[in-house]
Design a protein around this ligand. Sequence first.
Ligand code: AMP
Ligand code: MG
Length: 401
Amino acid sequence: MLSAAELLQELLMRARPLDRTETIPLSEAYNRVLAEGLSSFVSVPPLDNTAMDGYAVRSKDCKLPDATLKVTQRIAAGQVGKPLHHGEAARIFTGAPVPPGADAIVMQEDTSVEGDSVTIYKTPRPGDHIRRAGEDIQPGTNVLTPGTRMKAPQLGLAASIGRTDAKFVRQLRVAMFSTGDELAEPGKPLKPGQIYNSNRATLRGLLTGLGVEVIDLGVVDDSREATVKAMQSAASKADVIITTGGVSVGEEDHVKAAVEELGRIDIWKVAMKPGKPVVYGRVGETDFIGLPGNPVSAFVTFCLFARPFLLKRMGASQVLYRAYPLRAAFDWNKPGKRREFLRGHVVSGQDGLGEVRLYPNQGSGVLTSAVWADGLVDIEIGQTIIRGEWVRFIPFSELLD
Ligand code: AMP
Ligand code: MG
């Protein structure tokens, strides 16, 4: 059995980044991965401009206390002022270009106005409240590198340099299906022996969050024929197939056998809790990842293994999640034989710093724990913990977006 670290390494080794690219508008590029670097032809901001509402002045004119200047112009954002002469001030509003000759802005709170003169109560220093041309971005700077996944700040930055489109890695196609004769779809009444299919909704959410094209093939019966057929159909449509359930050792588990019939299985089983059965294989050129059926196991193994794998296939440069130290608000005195990823919730401790609590029922079927939690507490094989000690915490923000 592989360790969790080995499984991740083996998977990433097998993940081939897509090489097809396409140019698409940035307005449709949320979550997409840049195939080219973006560099700027412009300065951001393009001109020196004011960070405050107030008065543009020549700081030398304001050396004496309560200096009084003549207000000779008014510059709103979007307008361009005239040169400012000795003894003059310009009424100016946030974002407006600083007029030639002015070298400081006095906040309006530090002035008083009478007729067309303004009295300055606070002596300005050169540069006060001026945002310099190019202080964010200089022309020629590379602002975004290939492999960047476009989230809100990246989209904003690309817009700030005037871009409307860019070259992206083509969208990854992921086919998914759930297995299990006991599964009923939400909306239908439950027959005896049935449970609602939750993995389908969880997996769809996880895949949607990643920004892949989701090909949802629904539920497949627990039979060899049905599983082979579904697998073939999925392989013809997708770059990656992800399934839940049917990968344990039971007679009703047909997923592994179906993949072996059509292709090959490279990896099976990981020494962790929740999880254990996690399968990687190939059907032709299509990757196959089989996740466990238990809802929490499917969720956790997707986050820890499938997600980095998919990100690498999407061409993303950052595929690994990060863990952070947090203090344990619990004791852990049962050293385990498998690495455990427990559902934890962060609370504010006595000193105001965060500490992490555990959901009381860590069962692999208890999906409530995943909703209650903010992330996963990562406990090594054999590790024990005394309240107040540091533990590794992987926030869901590292796993879900
Ligand atoms: P399996 O891996 O197929 O043996 O399933 C393990 C456990 O997870 C069983 O209790 C199943 O009923 C449950 N399970 C499997 N698939 C799903 C699903 N899509 N939604 C909810 N529970 C599931
Ligand atoms: Mg099953």
